[in-house]
Design a protein around this ligand. Structure first.
Ligand code: ATP
Ligand code: MG
Ligand code: MG
Length: 415
């Protein structure tokens, strides 16, 4: 185990940031950090072979190891990560809140704070918080027992969305209940690896939202509460996984895009003190009559987000740079779109799990003008997020020419 005392010689302006998690989001932060004179280190179960570990040198100039190998819930490892850091941040919300609280009690600067992670990492608590602050939400209910599932189905109708309160991603943790027979309920619970007796604080219910589009807005908030939104985007999901992001949001009038950006900023501000860094805000658009569109909040992630990857090539300041600026207390960067239109396509592991098959679209994208490849360095598995391709153009029409080629290569189709 290496240690770093705060009086080791270093450039006076070098900031040390410890990041909990060294996956692709950490890797993309790590790639931005040196330009800002920020030195990053990571805690990850995989150790130095994690995506972030692959892009940072093994040690910093004081000989301190940049990768702490350990579980994100391991309090000793968290403390080791934090040693000598100006700030500790995270690239994932599924981390140990108690460990973060202990760091804060010792005076470590944790951004976003443990209080924010505690609210967000339990989706039901998150809903209760936003509801208190008047953020528009789909109807939702606590599920302490089987009876509550029947009550929610009666109240919200079918289908009914059952969601895991904690630990969910890419739709893993959600299941759709289409009828309320005992068999259907047993099957829905079994989908999530649960039985009726596991109900209590494991799941909650959401009314089915008949949205016509999903929108995502990236918001950055500084330590002093300044909040800026990136432009509203269309987030195309297939099988609950984000596949394509279109910017500015398609078929969404400018006033609704601005409404989305305002609701996203209001939600992040409603989190209050300690809501620092990037936040990915997922929204549903619901048609309500001829000219009216309701905006409902689905969920918020307290970190850079898949729907914000386009900012790397389409905005003056990427979401990764702005996250680092915000958590370090540096001035926030500009969030405007610098191009007429942009898109991001996720590259998922091919169904065969074969890396060469997976790389086909990426290789072809290299010869498409204004298409930029970002690779994560992860082991290939079917359906796993392996990388993404950003595209920029002067207009939607121009973008669509190269986008349709990439969609074909990645075998993506959507309405
Ligand atoms: P992420 O990877 O974004 O963290 P997650 O596992 O937290 O995903 P959600 O965002 O809750 O899952 O849901 C995944 C997708 O399922 C949504 O993007 C949306 O397409 C659909 N969905 C979620 N909630 C509802 C709902 N109440 N009604 C209809 N569809 C929904
Ligand atoms: Mg989620
Ligand atoms: Mg989501």
């Amino acid at each position: 185990m290496s240690s770093l005392s705060s009086n080791l010689p270093t450039s006076p302006s070098t900031l040390r940031v410890g990041c909990v998690g060294g996956g692709q989001l950490g890797r993309m932060m790590a790639l931005e950090a040196p330009r800002l004179n920020i030195d990053m280190r990571f805690l990850d179960a995989e150790g130095s072979s994690c995506p972030a570990g692959q892009v940072v040198g093994a040690t910093d100039r004081n000989g301190v190891e940049r990768i702490v190998k350990g579980a994100l819930y391991d309090e000793d490892k968290l403390a080791e990560l934090a040693e000598g850091c100006n700030v500790v941040t995270m690239e994932i919300e599924h981390v140990g809140v108690q460990g973060l609280e202990k760091l804060e009690a010792k005076g470590v600067n944790v951004q976003p704070s443990s209080r924010i992670i505690k609210i967000i990492q339990d989706k039901f608590v998150q809903k209760e918080h936003f509801s208190k602050y008047g953020i528009p939400l789909p109807p939702y209910a606590d599920l302490p027992n089987l009876e509550a599932i029947h009550d929610a189905a009666l109240q919200f109708g079918l289908p009914l969305m059952l969601k895991s309160r904690k630990g969910a991603y890419d739709g893993r943790g959600n299941t759709v209940l289409r009828e309320t027979t005992p068999e259907a309920i047993t099957t829905a619970l079994a989908d999530l690896g649960l039985k009726a007796e596991d109900l209590g604080d494991t799941l909650y219910a959401e009314g089915w939202v008949r949205f016509y589009s999903e929108v995502a807005v990236m918001v950055v908030r500084s330590t002093n509460g300044e909040t800026r939104a990136y432009p509203a985007t269309t987030a195309v999901q297939t099988d609950s996984i984000c596949r394509v992001v279109l910017v500015p949001a398609r078929n969404v009038p400018a006033n609704i895009r601005h409404k989305c950006e305002n609701i996203a900023m209001k939600a992040v501000n409603a989190l209050g003190d300690g809501a620092t860094g990037m936040f990915g805000v997922e929204l549903f658009l619901v048609e309500n009559g001829v000219d009216d569109i309701d905006v409902l909040l689905n969920e918020v992630a307290p970190r850079p987000h898949n729907t914000g990857h386009y900012t790397q090539d389409a905005c003056a300041t990427s979401q990764f740079e702005n996250h680092l600026r915000a958590v370090c207390g540096l001035p926030l960067g500009d969030t405007n779109l610098l191009v007429g239109a942009a898109a991001m396509v996720n590259v998922l592991g091919a169904p065969s799990g074969d890396i060469n098959e997976t790389m086909k679209g990426v290789n072809a994208a290299m010869s498409i003008p204004r298409a930029v490849v970002h690779w994560y360095g992860k082991g290939c598995r079917p359906g796993r997020k392996m990388g993404h391709i950003n595209m920029t153009a002067d207009s939607h029409a121009e973008l669509d020419t190269s986008l349709s080629r990439i969609l074909e290569l990645e075998r993506i189709s959507y309405d």
